[in-house]
Design a protein around this ligand. Structure first.
Ligand code: ATP
Ligand code: MG
Length: 688
């Protein structure tokens, strides 16, 4: 076997120290030669390079040797005085396989670990093994005369070092030392497993290359940040492990400081979090499934709630229809039996008059009933006017005194200066009366009734509606009556809801209040305590000041002049029965009637000569052009011809108002109709 060629690198010329220590005469299997760094460049085929302390820039020498001899070993002899420098150098110098310290105690555990580690790394390799033993023996520190304490210290160090090696070897996490240029200086066994390659396979590649291509920028970022001194935590990077499985590693990194405090490299811990990631993913999926199941359950519940609401609505409609049918049947019974009796030819005069009176009263009650229903449905053709609420309340309160009786103390509290509202005055008065009558019934004729007026700038949340901003007049009616149980408060505004005995209440009073308030752009609320009393609060939109004094009076100038006869009326009515009846009534009242059955026909009659008429009297709800459209056409083409409209209920009227036309509400009494027709005809002829 040929001897191992060892080249000892010295300063310019081998000094005494080097010569004695590396005198290889006694090493039969080792051929030692000495060279200065310059000579070494041409020295060629040495297998082991020993760099001695006299060499300037030992690391550069080691590198250039390894370039020429990639499989060569570099042994590094450090002078005791340069230990600190060695400590900084070794972790980042993979070229140096082994480091020795001559005649020195390695009391610094870190340094000791580095030196021993480097030895352990190469100890098992090749022929150099024997050489180490001998050289180590030669350079072993002199132990003669050392005290027991020092030996103990040494043993402790050796123990600590073994533990440390075991920890590194058994650590489940990959531990890596990376040079600032990204090259991997050292790693433990877990790194081999987690990074999917052996130490030899990793030779020559940089840290980012260890990871999946799309995570390499992330790895580079970790390296850069730690290299700048930052302590990087919990960055996830993916690698392909040895078995081809993709692992997610959670990486933490920090700077490695050299002796002078300068950053010399990066230390890095990588933990396999693939299992946790899988758990997280399945948890997420579970969550999503749960969410969608909850959403489905909620949707199902909403469907059930909607079905329930629908059922409740149907019940309410049933109650309403039943109530209307019941009341109307009662009224019709009176009318029908009165008519039967009137057919008797032998009926005496005063009986006849009584039956006719009964019919007339019943019709009035029926009209009131439909009026209340329309008010609740907010389909009442309102006649909004600007009026002083305080003044109206004061006037109506006088009337309320007689309604509630002498044993109820009535008082008013007026708390606003300009209390103008835009609403239908007569509906407003009806609402006050309805609430006062309820209060009287609740107090059983004895107690206190307080009506107050004030202004506010916001309606509070009522029945689940949000607040409504704006200026409002508030009219409150407070009584000291029986109160309303809280579970009934939701029902009192429903039509036909009543707690009064048969014949005492129809359950339409508060429906009118509710419909009127809503249709006027306001609202109504109730507060009650059983045994203490109830307060109804009506909100109406407030108007700054009267726009036009003539509109504010609230008092209608009734036509008192005697009805004059003989008006020429163009009647527009599509219903044959009603049309025939109207013709008869108007003719009986002395007018001359031309009857058109629709708006188009009416316009063509007028086109032939509008002078032939004093007034147009039209129904509102008709197929084709409706009454309001006809009225506007007439106003445009024949400005001198007045138009009077009639309707029982019309969407258009309820929503848009009456466009300035006179309106006669159905059912109308013949006398009222005649008075209105005369008045507008007269007004028009005065104006001309
Ligand atoms: N001030 C009040 N105090 C106690 N309960 C009241 C008061 N106002 C209304 N209620 C209750 O609300 C129900 C409905 O009132 P609403 O005015 O709509 O109908 P009514 O008074 O029963 O009949 P109608 O007014 O049609 O003659 C009343 O039957 C009563 O139970
Ligand atoms: Mg009532």
């Amino acid at each position: 076997m040929s001897p191992t060629k060892v080249l000892v690198l010295t300063g310019a010329a081998p000094d005494e120290w080097t010569r004695t220590h590396f005198d290889a005469a006694e090493w039969a299997d080792v051929a030692v030669s000495f060279a200065s760094p310059r000579e070494a460049e041409t020295a060629g085929d040495a297998e082991i390079l020993i760099v001695t302390p006299t060499v300037a820039d030992p690391l550069a020498r080691a590198r250039s040797f390894r370039r020429v001899q990639p499989s060569g070993q570099v042994l590094f002899v450090a002078h005791p005085e340069r230990l600190e420098r060695m400590k900084g150098l070794l972790p980042y110098s993979p070229e140096i396989s082994e480091a020795w310290v001559v005649n020195a105690e390695l009391s610094d555990p870190e340094l000791r670990r580095l030196v021993v580690d480097a030895g352990a790394e190469v100890a098992g390799r090749r022929a150099i093994k024997g050489l180490y033993g001998r050289i180590n023996a030669r350079f072993a520190p002199q132990r003669d005369g050392q005290d027991a304490a020092s030996t103990q210290h040494d043993r402790n160090l050796a123990l600590a070092e073994r533990y440390l090696s075991a920890i590194l070897a058994n650590a489940p996490d990959a531990l890596l030392a990376i040079a600032l240029d990204g090259s991997v200086v050292s790693w433990n066994e877990a790194a081999t497993r987690l990074l999917g390659r052996t130490w030899d396979e990793a030779a020559g590649i940089t840290f980012p290359d260890l990871f999946d291509p799309e995570d390499r920028p992330g790895a580079l970022d970790v390296l850069n940040r730690a290299g700048m001194g930052e302590s990087v935590r919990a960055v996830e990077l993916r690698v392909s492990a040895a078995d081809g499985q993709c692992l997610t590693l959670e990486v933490a990194a920090g700077p490695v400081l050299g002796g002078g405090g300068a950053i010399e490299g990066v230390s890095l811990i990588a933990r396999d979090v693939s299992g946790r990631k899988r758990d997280e993913a399945s948890l997420r999926q579970l969550n999503e499934e749960l969410e969608s199941r909850v959403a489905r359950a909620v949707a199902e519940r909403e469907q059930t709630a909607a079905a329930l609401r629908q059922a409740q609505k149907m019940e309410a409609v049933g109650q309403l229809t039943g109530g209307v049918a019941h009341d109307f049947n009662n009224l019709l019974t009176v009318i029908k039996s009165s008519i039967e009796l009137l057919r008797n030819p032998n009926l005496v005069e005063d009986r006849k008059a009584r039956y006719l009176g009964a019919i007339s009263d019943t019709v009035d009650r029926a009209a009131k009933l439909t009026g209340q229903l329309l008010a609740f449905a907010r389909r009442q053709p309102l006649k909004p006017e600007v009026f002083d609420v305080a003044e109206r309340v004061t006037t109506v309160t006088e009337m309320l005194r007689t309604i509630v009786g002498a044993r109820v103390a009535v008082s008013t509290e007026i708390g606003c200066a300009t209390c103008f509202a835009l609403a239908d005055v007569s509906q407003f008065e009806t609402a006050l009366v309805n609430m006062a009558v309820n209060a009287r019934d609740a107090m059983q004729g004895e107690g206190a009734l307080t009506v107050s007026v004030r202004e506010i700038h916001e309606i509070p949340a009522i029945r689940g509606h949000g607040r409504a901003k704006g200026d409002f007049i508030v009219v409150s009616i407070r009584d000291t009556g029986a109160g309303i149980p809280s579970d009934k408060l939701g029902q009192i505004f429903e039509p036909f809801y009543t707690t009064k005995e048969v014949g005492k209440g129809t359950g339409l009073g508060l429906s009118q209040v509710f419909g009127f308030a809503k249709q006027s752009g306001g609202d109504v609320d109730v507060e009650s305590a059983v045994g203490l009393g109830t307060t109804f609060t009506l909100y109406l939109p407030r108007i700054e000041a009267p726009l036009n004094p003539s509109e504010t009076s609230g008092i209608r100038h009734e036509d008192t002049a005697a009805a004059d006869h003989g008006r020429r009326v163009l009647l527009v009515e599509d219903n044959v029965e009603v049309g025939k009846f109207a013709v008869q009534v108007l003719e009986d009242l002395g007018h001359r009637i031309t009857w058109a059955t629709n708006a188009a026909e009416a316009l063509s009659v007028l086109a032939e000569g509008s002078d032939a008429f004093d007034v147009v009297f039209s129904d509102v709800v008709m197929p084709g052009m409706n009454g309001i459209e006809l009225g506007r056409a007439v106003r445009e083409r024949f400005p001198a011809l007045p138009v009077v409209l009639t309707s029982g209920y019309s969407h258009v009227l309820a929503q848009e108002g009456r466009h300035g036309f006179e309106l006669v509400q159905k059912p109308y009494a013949a006398g009222d109709l005649s008075r209105v027709l005369n008045r507008v005809a007269r007004r028009m002829s005065h104006a001309q």
